[in-house]
Ligand binder design. Sequence first.
Ligand code: ZN
Length: 180
Amino acid sequence: MKPALIIVDMLEEFVRGRLKSPQAEAIVPAIRRLIDAAHRAGRPVIHVVDSHLPFDAEFRVWGKHAVKGSPEARIVEELAPSKEDLVFEKRYYSGFRGTGLDTALRDLGVDTVLVAGIHTHICVLHTVADAFYHRYNVYVVKDAVAAFSKKDHEYALNYMKQVYGAKIVSLEEAEKLLSG
Ligand code: ZN
């Protein structure tokens, strides 16, 4: 198994900005642990992050957020990428759409993705859906993803398991998977 860690949207906007939630803040330490485990094992760490243009479709639903180049579109400092980490900017919910993520994963020889970040029922779910269609084995780290409500979170975990065959794993299980 050749896993990569994919971290979705751990941005100022969603952790401490206008679209913040205590749930997003609460998973920061768990994601830090995953990053450290991936680094120790020499596995790729990849952030996929909102970087919106002023006319993007999502603004109709959420209002203006995480605009490209703004302070809100910065990854929170606790999870700031190190030199070897990769960052892909996106304008859609899915980390695969229009980003080149799939090509990069193939170049790296990755066959399995472990997904963490926010929000379980939005960008995590859409990223998992595309990972499924691109034929990756998908693990969702339940202690390292979050939504605005527990109901949305639980619903999305169950949906990804049933519809995309994602395996839902704990933080400890994910650390083991990363370290092989
Ligand atoms: Zn967005």
